[in-house]
Design a protein around this ligand. Structure first.
Ligand code: HEC
Length: 248
């Protein structure tokens, strides 16, 4: 019997195993014998490590900065939705009323409405609305003087207001000059005339006063003296404003 070289037997066994699909135990044979790859055999070229390119400070800063944490990203995604809905809630704030008329409305509510009614329809005091107070006082100046002095300032039994109206002091109306500043006094009277009784002239007067006060041409922070004040003195204040307004 001829001797079959060992390596041929192994190769046959490997081929048979490959054909039958079994794991080839002999796969090591050729590779074991194969010479090392020529690439590996070549002497390694000396690799010169390139020094790391200098990093610009802003790049370094960008790399070093804290990243947005993952849990915050959902909030960022919702941000535009929040912004849109937030803008939707914005509406122009109600125009804050300013000036003597607004001031007068406050004073009226706090000091006068209890006796004359919230809308000036009257109560223990006379009705002021619907032109009533304009009939008693054709001019704002006379009206202001009355409110400044009150029943006691005029004296029981004395006439007040327009003669044709025929009012006589019966008592019960407080004087307000010591309590209210001149501005508040003018304001509450113009409120009664312009707002409660619908006088356009007095609304225009209120505007002129606001203008003058705003420009520093009129200072109404003091008080009228209830024992000496006259309609003429008050009329002079109002006229100064009216002239001022004519100039524009
Ligand atoms: C305590 C109740 C009372 C209060 C508060 C009061 N009044 Fe009077 N008011 C009266 C009475 C009473 C009269 C009538 C007075 C009289 O006959 O002597 C009157 C009369 C008047 C008149 C004259 C009306 C007319 O046609 O004869 C005016 C204007 C007036 N009040 C304005 C005011 C203003 C402005 C205030 C607030 C700053 C005010 N009153 C607060 C009771 C009140």
């Amino acid at each position: 019997m001829t001797d079959i070289p060992e390596h041929l037997l192994k190769r046959a066994a490997a081929a048979k195993a490959k054909a039958t699909g079994a794991d080839a135990p002999a796969a090591d044979t050729p590779t074991e014998a194969a010479p090392a790859a020529p690439v590996a055999a070549a002497p390694a070229a000396p690799v010169v490590e390139a020094p790391p390119a200098p990093v610009a400070p802003y790049v370094a800063a960008a790399n070093a900065r804290k990243k947005i944490p993952w849990w915050a990203t959902s909030g960022l995604l919702l941000l535009p939705i929040w912004a849109i809905s937030y803008v939707g809630t914005l509406e122009r704030p109600p125009q804050e009323a300013t000036g003597v008329l607004a001031e007068g409305a406050h004073v009226y509510e706090a000091r006068c409405a209890s006796c004359h009614g919230a809308t000036g329809a009257g109560g223990s005091g006379h009705a002021l609305a619907d032109g009533e107070v304009l009939t008693t006082f054709p001019t704002a100046a006379a009206h202001i003087e009355w409110v400044a002095r009150g029943s006691d300032g005029f004296g029981l039994g004395n006439p007040y207001g327009d003669a044709a109206r025929g009012r006589v002091v019966e008592g019960g109306m407080p004087g307000w000059a010591d309590v209210l500043t001149t501005e508040e006094l003018i304001g509450v009277v113009l409120h009664e005339r312009a707002r409660l009784s619908g006088s356009d002239d007095d609304a225009a007067l209120a505007e002129a006063i606001d203008h003058a006060v705003h420009n520093g041409e009129l200072d109404l922070h003091g008080h009228l003296d209830p024992s000496t004040v006259t309609t003429a003195e008050i009329q002079a204040i109002l006229d100064s404003v009216a002239h001022e307004d004519d100039g524009h």
